[in-house]
Design a protein around this ligand. Structure first.
Ligand SMILES: [Zn+2]
Ligand SMILES: [Zn+2]
Length: 344
């Protein structure tokens, strides 16, 4: 099968992924073989390419937002049949028995294994995954390339909104406006009719897209929004927006950081952290780690009922390096998705 492969980290900046012809994988007893029709491109791929996260498996096929059609099932599989549509998220497997798994927090399991990190992901024609963590795609959702970004940007974005304890009527600040936040804006609009969403990004194109998609205000991270924030979610790779968000929180407000790693480049910004300005008055800061199947399923149900449509730019699988280069350059408009036309 055709696949794009990350061979070593850090990878060469210009062409980080190499095209390879690989053996088509075989599903184990409790696994599915999925013919990948589309796979979303996530910023985490850049974290891997740059070495901020070193995949334990190298070479590895990246991609943890894969959707397609089940073509083969292991003997013990009960939830899926060949011909069903299925999706893979960042959650490949967890132990199922530890303190966290038993509470439904398998995202925190010490044995959490990630798709495209511990196992091969969806930048390929086929992928195997345990049926336990495969996500069923509701019939109301159509178009694989439109569903693919829901598997990470949507599901983890949903988790970040859920962990933010957002309520209707609150003001929500979104720092960064990439793949996840353009979906979080759509979720907030669907779930909380009386909320206000303010988007903070330095990129004028993203500010324009945010307003187009219904944000109540958009500006740079140092611009003053119309009112202080009850909740803020940060998806940027940098530290400066963390301070900007904390400063704009109302007393009792909460900042949720939805990022696996932060870049080192502007870490010295933290030296200007001021307890009174950024943290006092019972402000809270939390992070989002990984994802559960529940997050993906609840988000897909919301996307189906609220008719959430991602803004998508598609690239053929072979042009994965081009999609990653555009993502790195910050020229983001919604979500980037790789497609395999023969499996659509
Ligand atoms: Zn992701
Ligand atoms: Zn566990």
């Amino acid at each position: 099968m055709r696949a794009l492969v990350l061979e070593k980290v850090p990878a060469p900046a210009a062409q980080p992924l190499a095209p390879r012809d690989m053996q088509r994988p075989r599903p184990g007893p409790d696994e599915l073989l999925i013919a990948v029709a589309a796979c979303g491109v996530c910023r985490t791929e850049l974290d891997q390419i740059d070495g901020r996260i070193a995949p334990p498996l190298l070479p590895v096929v990246p991609g943890h937002q894969a959707v397609g059609t089940v073509v083969e099932t292991g003997a013990a599989v009960t939830r899926f049949r060949p011909g069903d549509r299925a999706g893979a998220t960042w959650l490949f497997s967890s132990c199922g028995a530890c303190h966290h798994c038993r509470r439904g927090d398998e995202n925190l399991c010490p044995e959490f294994r990630a798709t495209d990190c511990h196992t091969h992901g969806g930048y390929a024609e086929y992928l195997v995954m345990p049926e336990r963590n495969a996500v069923q795609i509701p019939d109301e959702l159509s178009g694989f390339s439109r569903i693919a970004p829901f598997m990470c940007a949507g599901a983890v974005g949903y988790r970040s909104l859920r962990l933010s304890d957002t309520e209707d009527g609150m003001t929500l600040g979104l720092f960064g406006f990439g793949s996840a936040h353009h979906l979080v804006l759509a979720m907030a609009r669907a779930k909380y009719p009386a909320r206000k969403v303010f988007v903070f990004t330095r990129n004028p194109d993203e500010q324009a897209l945010a307003l187009e998609l219904g944000a109540d205000w958009a500006g740079g991270i140092h611009d003053e929004p119309p009112s202080p924030l009850d909740r803020a979610i940060d998806t940027t790779p940098a530290w400066r927006p963390v301070l900007a968000a904390l400063e704009r929180l109302r007393p009792g407000g909460m900042l949720t950081v939805n990022a696996i790693r932060k870049a080192e480049a502007d870490k010295n910004q933290l030296l200007s952290l001021d307890y009174a300005r950024h943290l006092w008055m019972e402000k809270r800061l939390r992070t989002v780690a990984n994802v559960t199947r529940r997050d993906a399923e609840e988000f897909l149900a919301l996307a189906a009922s609220a008719r959430i449509e991602p803004v998508v730019q598609t690239y053929p699988l072979e042009q994965a390096n081009d999609a990653l280069a555009v993502l790195r350059a910050g020229r983001i408009r919604g979500s980037k998705v790789l497609t395999i036309a023969s499996h659509a």
